[in-house]
Structures are given as C-alpha cells and as structure tokens.
Design a protein around this ligand. Sequence first.
Ligand code: AMP
Length: 365
Amino acid sequence: MTEPLPPGATIGILGGGQLGRMLAVAAAELGLKCHIFCPDPASPAFDVSAARTIAGYDDRDALEAFVRSVDAVTYEFENVDLAAAELIAAAKPLRPGAKALEVSQDRLTEKQFLAGKNIPVGRFLAFDPFEPDDKTLDLLFERLGDPVVMKTRRFGYDGKGQAILKNDGSGAETLSAFAGQDVIFEAFVPFTREVSIMAVRGVGGEAATYDVTENVHTDHILATSTVPADIDPETANEARRIAGDILDGLDYVGVLGIEFFVVGDHDSESLLVNEIAPRVHNSGHWTQDGCAVSQFENHIRAVAGWPLGTTDRHADMVMTNLIGQDAADWQALCADPQARLHLYGKAEIRPGRKMGHVNRITRQT
Ligand code: AMP
C-alpha cells in the first residue's frame, strides 16, 4: 500500500514505553490514532492511546487481532521477534521493514552490513560458535589491541551485556563469564566525543536529517544531548552522508538513529559508526522543542506515508535525561522558565530508570 493513511487511521505500535508514548502523542496531533501492543499492563504509552493489547510478543492470536485492527505498524524497540515482524508485514505495512530489524538486532550483522556499504566502523571480530580456549585472549589482543570491548550480539543496551578485556591477567575470568553466549569483540575506540544523528526517510525514498547532537553518557546511560555538536561542518556533512547511505541501504521508512564515535579533534576528525537504532532515539528528544517538526512527528508522518516535515532547527538545545530520583525535582524543573519538562508517566521511580527529560533552549538561532 503506498496510499497515505487518512486522518483517523490507526497506527499500531509494538512496545509501550516512553518512545511509544511520545509517538502516540505526535500521532494524535495529526489526527491519527494509535493501538499499543505491549506485555506490560503498566505501559506508559497506554495512557495516551486509543487502544491497547496486553499480550506477549509471541502470542500469535493476539498479534493477528492487533494487525487486523490497525492500518500500519511500527515499533519503538529493535528486538521485535522476526517471526512476529513477518506475520505483521504479510498483512499490513510494517514501517520500518523487517530488514531494518534483522540488521540492527544483532551487533555482528549490523557491523557486517555497515562495513559492506563502506561505512566506517571500528575493528571487530566474532567467533561462531564462541568457545574460548587458552589462546583466545592472545588472539584478541593481537588482532584488536588492548583493551578489547566484549559485547553480547543481541539484547544489550545501556552498557548491559558488555565488558572490557584488559591484557593484565584479568581477561580470562571476564571472558569465561561470557562463554556460550554469542558475542562480538571490538577494538577499544579512543574517541574524543560521541555524537548521533537522527535521519528520516519517507515511503517515496525522500530523506532528511536533523542536526548532529553531542552525547554524554553516565554509567552507560545517556545523560545529556547537546546540539549543535562541537564538530567541524565537514564531519557533520559526513554524518549526513552516512545516514543517507544507511537509509537507502535498508530501504528504510521512518526515523533512524545513528550513534558515532568521533576520533581525533577538529582538523583531524573522523567518524566511526558505533550502532544504529531503527526507531526514534533518546538523543533526538531535543527535536521536540528545538524544531518545528520533532523526530516523533516525522516518524509518524513517514509511517503514515505522509510528506515529511522540516528537520530545520530553530535553537541551540541541551536535553537532560531525568534518571531515577532526578524526576523527584519535577516542581523545580517545571518552575524553571528555561526548561521544558517532559515526564513519561511511570508510576514508580527506580534507580537507572528513565523517568523523563528536560529540554533547555540555550540560544535561539
Ligand atoms: P553501546 O551499547 O554499543 O552503545 O555502548 C555503550 C557505550 O559504551 C558507548 O556509548 C561508549 O561510550 C562505550 N563503548 C562501546 N563500544 C566501545 C568501543 N568499541 N570503544 C570505546 N567505547 C565503547
């Protein structure tokens, strides 16, 4: 189906977290409805959606009923089961498509896809199957240098499923803790900064990018995103070019987040892709208050087959995540005239849990 969905149509969203919630709000602003499918009865996205299904992602009957009730389907997380994705795509437009899921839900497949498109990535190595012996560490240090970053190929996020192997005698124990799992080994990248770009592609192949954002992580969780990033214009153009290649290579529809390492400084700057996320992304939340059309609205427009909106930025911004107890300061944040508070409606504050974020305009441009 290439006809645009009419206002009043329903978009199905797999996943009911804060990303699904903000997508549903953006859809509502365009007169579109959302049906959220999520196993968690306390999903934040349920509060703002026309319909919900509480069921496991492997519940075929529930998925089939969900697909019948919607006009197109998207998702807020990349670990959607491929069998479920295929079931959906056989009946209704699934945007982004199954290829984006297949490539991005396995770090090895993702790196191979990127390298195959001549997109720069750090050095990596994987064993199939991974059965470490007493020569494995030496081989890793020889091929990738010291230290080596070890990551599970699937289901890792916010630093989970990751460890650093050092050539100081401690590596064997760390390595054996991951034995039997599918892992990828990466050379440690001595980056000067981490940046990301949000890109969007419509059903007709038209594409656009938001400005590059500079990201700071604390305890592996995104703490702040600042735009513009402190990089050269040529580096920013390179990020846009890479984004275009990835979007086209995946025949992508929707918003895609790409995280990069910047190596070197200014005159000698280069980019390596760390990972891609086939969805709206935390480092794009600043677009809600820094652009006329946010990443959420543009994703919904693309999924609905509508013309894309502008990705132009009208302000310099800092987005600060509210993690755990940070959200308890909501009154002070709300009273701050420079801050725009976004809360996700999560009932319980837990350490490390993303509860909301604050967008601050630092300069009108
Ligand atoms: P990831 O889950 O791959 O995004 O990794 C989480 C964070 O760990 C990144 O944002 C980096 O700060 C750090 N990291 C991951 N891979 C590497 C690497 N190969 N070299 C250096 N730092 C890394």
